[in-house]
Write a protein that binds this ligand. Structure first.
Ligand SMILES: [Zn+2]
Length: 363
């Protein structure tokens, strides 16, 4: 059953660029209704038919499980050997979202059909891949329907490992301005590329320095230049150049200090944030970590806690005081690539894990 469910979810294009989650969200809404549950729609963008689907438990409910419905786009279908909207071969389900994170949603849905537990809130939300807007909308219910939530689990491909937090990401643009001139008289201008080149080298040095900042679960801090842009023609002194920088932050770093440090590093050049996700961690003694460790132990799986190196919705959830983990089967290495897949074994395993959690969890 879980395989059919996963294949069905993957068959609905829900790419983040077009914000097309409506179809797959409606499928889940109907599925939950057919189980005799009372799913609720929470609109994110009514015109585009983008909505979160939620099933609220009883008043005692203190655990929220959420999975995002959007996927990255397929991009060039020519790069896919397999059908991006679902194909089973070699013991794997291929398709966009199979691994990130519709496969895991299928596992949860399959478990819910047998072991519905009303001590949980189940959330299937839009908009995770570009902004964290979907989960932000869900958390607007923090003062009402979600006021008793103390724990969370966000579905992501973690290869069946407990991730007790994630690194933060500061993505920002550095802009250098100069003065244009004819390249035969460069002394009349001010070359913006020379300025951005110096900033680029400073980031390279800075990366070496911050690599020494470590955390037991998350490894080390990093900084990387991903895009460089500038100039219009070889015979013109450029008056504009820019780089995009990605700084990954550890939960034990002070984000205010990091921000200040970055601005000083490239000063007097202008900086502009493109994305800003804070690092977060959940104490290893938290009930959600402990309970999940017991579930995995019973299934003879690795039950140590790790740190997620990518960003996730947990940053947003954690900022509301909720202790959460990131968890799911399938491997992050398969995500966002052509021929993305989840193995049928992982689908089976995921269903066993979520069934065990649903059977076990008490508020
Ligand atoms: Zn994901």
């Amino acid at each position: 059953m879980v395989v059919e469910l996963a294949k069905e979810l993957v068959s609905h294009d829900s790419n983040c660029v077009e914000g097309k989650e409506g179809e797959v969200a409606q499928f889940i809404f109907n599925y939950l209704k057919d189980l005799g549950l009372k799913p609720v729609k929470q609109f994110y963008d009514e015109k585009k038919n983008r909505f979160n689907v939620l099933v609220f438990g009883s008043n005692e409910t203190n655990l929220m499980i959420n999975g995002h419905l959007d996927t990255v786009p397929i991009n060039d279908p020519k790069n896919w050997q397999r059908n991006p909207f679902g194909e089973i071969a070699n013991g794997k389900l291929y398709g966009r979202g199979a691994c990130d994170t519709k496969g895991n949603i299928a596992c949860l849905l399959a478990s819910m059909s047998e072991y519905f537990n009303e001590n949980l809130v189940y959330v299937f939300n839009v908009e995770e891949e570009i902004t964290l807007g979907g989960i932000e909308r869900v958390l607007e219910l923090r003062k009402s329907k979600l006021k008793n939530i103390t724990y969370s689990l966000s579905l992501e491909p973690t290869d069946g490992k407990i991730m007790a937090g994630n690194k933060g990401q500061y993505a920002f643009e550095v802009i250098a301005r100069g003065k244009t001139a004819h390249a035969s008289q460069p002394y009349l201008g001010e070359n913006a590329i020379y300025k951005i080149a110096q900033a680029t080298l400073r980031i390279q040095e800075y990366n070496k320095k911050i690599n020494k900042i470590t955390h037991p679960l998350f490894g080390h801090a990093t900084a990387s230049v991903g895009i460089i842009d500038g100039g219009t023609a070889s015979n013109v002194v450029p008056d504009l150049a820019s780089i995009n920088v990605d700084r990954r932050i550890l939960p034990n770093e002070n984000s205010g200090k990091v921000e200040k440090e970055l601005r000083e590093l490239v000063s007097p050049l202008e900086t502009k944030f493109i994305n800003r996700i804070e690092a977060c961690e959940t104490p290893l003694g938290s009930k959600i970590v402990k309970e999940m460790q017991l579930v995995l132990k019973d299934l003879n799986m690795d039950n140590k806690a790790y740190g997620f190196t990518a960003t996730s919705e947990l940053s947003e959830i954690r900022s509301h005081g909720i202790e959460g983990i990131i968890f799911g089967t399938a491997q992050l290495a398969q995500a966002h690539k052509p021929d993305e897949f989840i193995t049928l074994e992982e689908l089976k395993r995921g269903t066993e894990i979520f069934s065990a959690l649903l059977k076990k969890w008490r508020a």
